[in-house]
Design a binder for this molecule. Sequence first.
Ligand code: EZ4
Ligand code: CO
Length: 472
Amino acid sequence: MDRPSSESSGVGRRGFLGLGGAAALGRSLLSHDGGWGRHGFLMSMASAAETSGSGAGSSGGLPPLKITDVRVIVTCPDRNYVVVKISTTEAGLYGVGDATLNGRELAVAEDLKQHIAPLLIGRDPEQIEDTWQYLYRGPYWRGGPVQMTALAGVDLALWDIKGKRAGMPVYQLLGGRTRIGALAYTHASGRDFAEVEDGARRAIERGFKCVRAQVAIPGLEGTYGTAGAKPAEAAAGRVANMASLPQTEVFEPAPYLSTVPRLFEHLRAKLGQEVELLHDCHEKLDPIQAARLARDLEPYHLFFLEDCLRPEYKESFRLIREHSTTPLAMGELFNSLWDCVPLIKEQLIDYIRCDLGHIGGITAARKVAALAELFQVRTAWHGPGDIGPPTHAANVHVDVSIPNFGIQEMVFFPDVAREVISGGPEFEDGYMNVSDTPGLGCDVNEEVAKKYPYRRSYLPTARRKDGSVHDW
Ligand code: EZ4
Ligand code: CO
């Protein structure tokens, strides 16, 4: 507690013993302990630097382990990724996590390098929950997207290490399989209904049973989710955006609210009832607008309507519920477990779709999933291209091991990204899956990563026609 230097984990033995109250609590908690005596407990919670030879704090029979290095790799093969690589005292045993926060990558990278890495050196990498609690509550100024993304990167790397050490894929550590694969959805977009329909048909031919559909809104410049409509132009736009300031899109609710139901009327007429359709509002709407859209979409039986409201306004989902039976999903902008609580416990949504990479990794996700299970809410973890393959892998390890999985958003990474970060989930016949490789199943090639240095890149912004700021 009293040693601020980088060699201290902060729960060092000396510090822990120094806290009389905490030590007493530890004793009382351990009064029914069968052989894991106070000495062993204190030793195991101390930094691994001080545990050598004690036999405590490590997996049955294996020698104690400690973290020796935390590397933060920032790379831009096609877009920016932040990869966390945590090495251990066991030769060749390391974990790979993802800490990519689109548009603020360097803030996370510096948090990891300057503030978090010194706290991890010497710790036992097997104590995932304790490390999570320590990194979450330890800085006093807890939470926020930057810190929670950094924490997720560490968390994923530690689960990877634990799986590799156990010789098991992470889903086994989470309780084992509950399903053969994770039902996936992909994106179809276009400048008009026919282009979206084409995109959906291509997705269905590729095996998808569920498609998210977005269309450009007539009269508005740029609409969220439609940039992929013309691949060459979109790619050029992305590169241009990397060297410049954010692009500005124009949003108006009136044409949006009248166009989207007509898109789904078109898609149902052309594609039939079998394919599952979804739509992302991207947190753009006011409550009464969202209620109207959810009601107007009812005849087209969406799998869900995604992220209708800004993340601050959980109670407002009640208003949407009162007006519609369209299933609702929410959560990619949440970065606190507690953001999920009101929506789940009041059954205001049907799918909780946190981003594992921004809410604190697998350790956080399994708690969200367990809470959701009790209230008949299913999961739909965020799975966009701007989080790295280790987070997509973590998504699927959780998906295939929980009882209340709903659906998984997915993307195909370009070859250039896979050159740097290999592994990750596979897709077949509508479902995602992970292999039985021990750990999460991803790796990073640091030499190749160097070929693709970071390039500053902003997400777009949005304004109304009168020039005022709107949510993108
Ligand atoms: O716009 O992750 O559902 N997917 C999404 C994403 C988000 C990006 C922002 O960085 O809304 O495409
Ligand atoms: Co979304």
